[in-house]
Design a protein around this ligand. Structure first.
Ligand code: PMP
Length: 426
C-alpha cells in the first residue's frame, strides 16, 4: 500500500517548490504511483486505462519487465563511466538501431531529449549545406530550446527567442488546410519560400509525419515526396522528426514510411527508451562527418543505462509484435471512433494512423468552431471513469489517443464506450 504524501501535500509542495510554469491535465490532478503495461494506478490503488502513454512515450507498456530488467542489470554494473571510455551498451544499441533504418541512415548520435536531437539535426543540416535557411511547418512542435522553439510553429509554445533563419510553411492539414488532402498544392508553398524568401539554397526542411502536439495531424498524401524533391533540389536536407511517430506507434517502425520517403536525418526520443531519458539523431556517415569539425559532446547522451533500455525496447517491439498490434488495434479503434462521429455532431474529425489517433471537437461542423470547453469536460469525465487520454491541437480541442502499443481491442472498446457515454451527457 502507498505510504507517501497525500495529493494535497504534493500539491502544496508543487506550489511552493516547483516552477509556477508547470501545469497538469485535470481540474483535480491524478497522483500516479505505479504502472503496469497499459494500466496506471493512483495512491488508493485505483486503476486507470492509459490512453496517452506518457505522451506517446511508453510504447512497450509501463514497467515492461524486459525493459526494467535491462535497466536494472545495467545500472548495477555501471551507470556512468562517461562516453569518453568504451562500453558495449551504446555500441550495441547503435548497431541495432541502424538495422531498423532504411537506406544509408546508419550512424547515430545520442542525446537525452527530443529537443536536443532536433537542435543537433538542424545544426548539422546547416553545417552540411553551408546555408542558414530552414523550413518548418506551421502547427508543428520540435522542442523548447532556442533553435527548436523557433522551428516550432505554434505561438503557445514560443517564448521570445530569436528565430533567425526559420520559415514556416502552410500546414498540409487535410481537415483545416485550404487545399484539403491535396499534398502537392501545399508543397508549392515550400517551393515559394525557397524562391521568394531565400537565395534559392536552403539548409533543410523539418517536419513530423504526424503532428503530435499539433493535434494528430498527418501530412496530406503526396506532400512529403513533393517537398523532399524540391528541398533537395535547393541543396537542403530533409529531417524527419520521429519523436512521437517513431518506434512502431503508427503500425510502421517510422511515421515517414507511410509517405514513401527516406529522410536524410531522423530525430527520435520519447518511445526510444520507453520512458528513459534518451534521444537520437540518425543520419548517413557522410552527413555525420560535419560534427568532426569541432568537438561535440553530451555528458549523459548515450549512457549505458539509457541505451540498454533502448536496446530492450527494440527487442520488445519485435517480440511483442507491437507494429502489428498498433496497426490492427489502431484501425479497430479508429473505426469505432469514426462511428461515434455519426452519432455526435460535435465530433468534427477522426484521424490518425496506428495507435496515434486524434478526435477533433467542433461546435459547428461547417465553421469548424473549436469546442474546447467540451473537450476539457469530456477529458475530465473520462478520467473520473478510469480512462486517461490526452488533449492538444492549436485550439486545444483535439483528443490525443496514444496509448502503450500493447493496447488490446477490449481496451479500445472500453475507451470508446467511456467516451461515448460522456459525449451523450454533453
Ligand atoms: N518533437 C516532437 C514531435 C515532440 O512531440 C516533442 C515533445 N513533445 C519534441 C520534439 C521535444 O522532445 P522533448 O520534450 O524530449 O525535448
Amino acid at each position: 500500500p502507498y505510504t507517501g504524501p497525500s495529493v494535497d501535500e504534493i500539491l502544496a509542495k508543487r506550489r511552493q517548490f516547483l516552477s509556477p510554469s508547470m501545469f497538469y491535465l485535470y481540474k483535480k490532478p491524478v497522483n500516479i504511483v505505479e504502472g503496469r503495461m497499459q494500466y496506471l494506478f493512483d495512491e488508493g490503488g485505483r486503476r486507470y486505462l492509459d490512453g496517452f502513454g506518457g505522451i506517446a512515450t511508453v510504447n512497450c507498456g509501463h514497467c515492461h519487465p524486459d525493459v526494467v530488467d535491462a535497466i536494472v542489470s545495467q545500472v548495477k554494473r555501471i551507470q556512468h563511466p562517461t562516453i569518453l571510455y568504451l562500453n558495449h551498451a551504446v555500441a550495441d544499441f547503435a548497431e541495432a538501431l541502424a538495422s531498423k533504418m532504411p537506406g544509408n541512415l546508419k550512424v547515430a548520435f545520442f542525446t537525452n531529449s527530443g529537443t536536443e536531437a532536433n537542435e543537433l539535426a538542424m545544426m548539422m543540416a546547416r553545417l552540411y549545406t553551408g546555408c542558414q535557411d530552414m523550413i518548418s511547418v506551421r502547427n508543428s512542435y520540435h522542442g523548447n530550446a532556442a533553435g527548436t522553439m523557433g522551428a516550432t510553429g505554434q505561438r503557445s509554445w514560443k517564448f521570445s527567442v530569436v528565430q533567425s533563419g526559420i520559415h514556416h510553411v502552410l500546414n498540409p492539414d487535410p481537415y483545416r488546410g485550404p487545399f484539403g488532402s491535396d499534398g502537392e498544392k501545399y508543397a508549392k508553398d515550400v517551393q515559394d519560400i525557397v524562391d521568394f524568401a531565400t537565395t534559392g539554397h536552403v539548409a533543410g526542411f523539418i517536419s513530423e509525419a504526424i503532428q503530435g502536439v499539433g493535434g494528430i495531424v498527418e501530412a496530406a498524401p503526396g506532400y512529403l515526396p513533393a517537398v523532399y524533391k524540391n528541398v533537395r533540389k535547393a541543396g537542403g536536407l530533409c529531417i524527419a522528426d520521429e519523436v512521437q511517430s517513431g518506434f512502431a506507434r503508427t503500425g510502421n517502425m517510422w511515421g515517414f514510411e507511410a509517405h514513401g520517403v527516406v529522410p536524410d536525418i531522423v530525430t527520435m526520443a520519447k518511445g526510444i527508451g520507453n520512458g528513459m531519458p534518451l534521444g537520437a539523431v540518425v543520419t548517413t556517415p557522410e552527413i555525420a562527418e560535419v560534427l568532426t569539425r569541432r568537438s561535440y559532446f553530451n555528458t549523459f547522451g548515450g549512457n549505458p543505462v539509457s541505451t540498454a533500455a533502448g536496446l530492450a525496447v527494440l527487442k520488445v517491439i519485435d517480440k511483442d509484435n507491437l507494429r502489428e498490434n498498433a496497426s490492427t488495434v489502431g484501425a479497430y479503434m479508429k473505426d469505432r471512433l469514426t462511428a461515434l462521429k455519426e452519432k455526435y455532431e460535435i465530433i468534427g474529425d477522426v484521424r490518425g494512423r496506428g495507435l496515434m489517433i486524434g478526435v477533433e471537437l467542433v461546435s459547428d461542423r461547417q465553421k469548424k468552431t473549436p469546442a474546447n470547453a467540451e473537450t476539457l469536460h469530456v477529458l475530465d469525465q473520462m478520467k473520473e471513469m478510469g480512462v486517461l487520454i490526452g488533449k492538444g491541437g492549436f485550439y486545444g480541442n483535439v483528443f490525443r489517443i496514444t496509448p502503450p502499443l500493447c493496447f488490446t481491442k477490449e481496451d479500445a472498446d472500453f475507451l470508446v464506450d467511456v467516451m461515448d457515454y460522456n459525449m451523450s451527457k454533453l
